[in-house]
Design a protein around this ligand. Structure first.
Ligand SMILES: Cc1cc2nc3c(=O)[nH]c(=O)nc-3n(C[C@H](O)[C@H](O)[C@H](O)COP(=O)(O)OP(=O)(O)OC[C@H]3O[C@@H](n4cnc5c(N)ncnc54)[C@H](O)[C@@H]3O)c2cc1C
Length: 409
């Protein structure tokens, strides 16, 4: 997709000025842009890579999207697209401990909702969001365009700050509010001098699509093993997308196996809960880490999604947290604009930080805690863990508090 010609307000210095410039057109940046469609804000969304086309075969990068996000996407018309047929709603979650009898099941029927969430290919969700963004009169999609230079005027006592960005094409744009949605290695974050505390798990996420002999039953399956969790996420084709967290060495070893040997290793790891593995798609590895920033906002600057925080994928919550950031930031900006307040000022943006930082931090800590609890090989810890899972499974009130929190129900 080529860059659209922006109709811009001349800043009087040969650069285009937008109210809001979002850097990064991943799920999170596109979600924010979608929330700003047909508002009074002039918006530029800058993305360096063309969006992956949708193929007949499902893509292997998928996300489990929670109900809050699904409802909002429906309300805003994102799912008014034939691509929405590729969403696969899941009604149940089945979690078990490979080292014992511990297991826990969550069922949407017991919560009184039609589904717990839906699995969607990342590029499918992005295409649906992008279609709306491209049709919007107030949003300018600049893609493929890389930001090569960012000037964020760092001043201790400033209330407002306008950023100047240079694109690879040589074009310069100014932003009254600069939004970093440019992922875990955010360049915008670095340019604004915001420190990022990050830790590698020394693990890789092995991702691929598989065909199982048993049906997925619209259930998200998650097996905890000492080496890391293994998830089978249901796809609209009847296949499953797997995310297998592994230590570096084991990940490399599994990558080197022929499909047949890999299928056997996978079915054994999942204790044949979904039967044999009949076919395996291309395998990919993603390094796993977690990280967080102290400050989500500065005058005229906000961080959302992985640019602000990233977590272990074991509960499939990373994108959901970023989507919730985008919803919250849009709401704060629109409320301030309506009230004719300084919408890009630090005191306004701080409301967004207050709404999101604590929730994201709790999720990050929980994921790290889960990872350590389930990664512990000690027999006593394993017995307590398995007994704990069975106990929680028998206590509906506790169980559904946990799931409501995780799924945004
Ligand atoms: C193996 C794995 C499985 C996962 N499974 C799930 C799941 O089931 N559910 C879930 O909720 N989350 C999941 N996650 C997490 C989720 O994928 C991320 O949290 C989410 O994609 C982050 O989205 P984002 O838009 O913030 O960042 P990104 O997806 O990283 O997007 C950033 C965008 O910015 C662009 N960009 C970067 N720099 C520049 C620049 N200088 N100029 C222009 N553009 C730029 C990039 O091209 C990219 O498109 C998983 C993660 C992994 C690793």
């Amino acid at each position: 997709m080529s860059a659209r010609t922006a109709s811009f307000r001349d800043a009087g210095n040969n650069s285009d000025t937008f109210d809001i410039v979002i850097v990064g057109g991943g799920i999170v940046g596109l979600t924010l842009a979608n929330e700003l469609i047909d508002t009074e804000f002039s918006v530029a969304l800058v993305e360096r890579s063309e969006l992956k086309p949708v193929n007949e075969e499902p893509d292997c990068r998928v996300s489990a999207i929670n109900r809050i996000a699904l409802q909002r996407y429906s309300q805003t018309g994102v799912f008014d697209s034939p691509l929405a047929e590729r969403l696969c709603a899941f009604e149940k979650m089945f979690v078990w401990d490979q080292t014992g009898a511990g297991q826990i099941q969550f069922d949407s029927a017991e919560l009184g909702v039609p589904e717990l969430g839906a699995i969607v290919e990342n590029n499918v969700l992005q295409q649906m969001l992008l279609k709306r963004v491209l049709a919007a009169g107030n949003i300018h999609y600049l893609c493929p365009q890389e930001i090569t230079d960012i000037h964020y005027p760092v001043s201790e006592d400033a209330l407002l700050a306008t950023s100047l960005l240079r694109l690879a094409s040589g074009r310069e744009i100014r932003a009254t509010l600069l939004v970093a949605a440019d992922g875990v290695h955010s360049r915008v974050r670095a340019a604004a001098g915001i420190e990022h505390f990050s830790k590698a798990y020394q693990q890789q996420g092995l991702v691929c699509n598989v065909t199982t002999s048993e049906k997925h039953q619209h259930t998200a399956w998650q097996c905890f093993m000492p080496s890391g969790p293994l998830a089978f996420l249901p796809l609209f084709t009847g296949q499953c997308s797997i995310v297998w967290s592994l230590d570096e060495e084991e990940a490399q070893q599994l990558m080197s196996l022929e499909n047949g040997a890999f299928s056997t290793a996978l079915a054994e790891a999942a204790q044949y809960k979904l039967g044999e593995i009949r076919a395996v798609g291309q395998r990919y590895l993603f390094p796993l880490s977690h990280g967080h920033v102290q400050e989500y906002v500065k005058p005229g600057l906000a961080l959302i999604g992985d640019a602000a925080h990233n977590i272990h994928p074991l509960a499939g919550q990373g994108a959901n947290l970023g989507i919730a950031d985008a919803f919250a930031l849009a709401e704060v900006l629109l409320t301030a604009k309506k009230a004719k307040r300084q919408w890009s000022a630090l005191h306004t943006l701080s409301k967004y930080q207050r709404r999101r930082k604590g929730a994201n931090q709790i999720m990050e800590n929980s994921m790290t805690g889960f990872k350590e609890l389930f990664g512990n090989n000690n027999t006593l810890v394993s017995e307590i863990r398995n007994a704990g899972l069975l106990l929680i499974d028998s206590l509906p009130a506790v169980k559904y508090r946990i799931i409501k929190q995780a799924l945004g129900v």
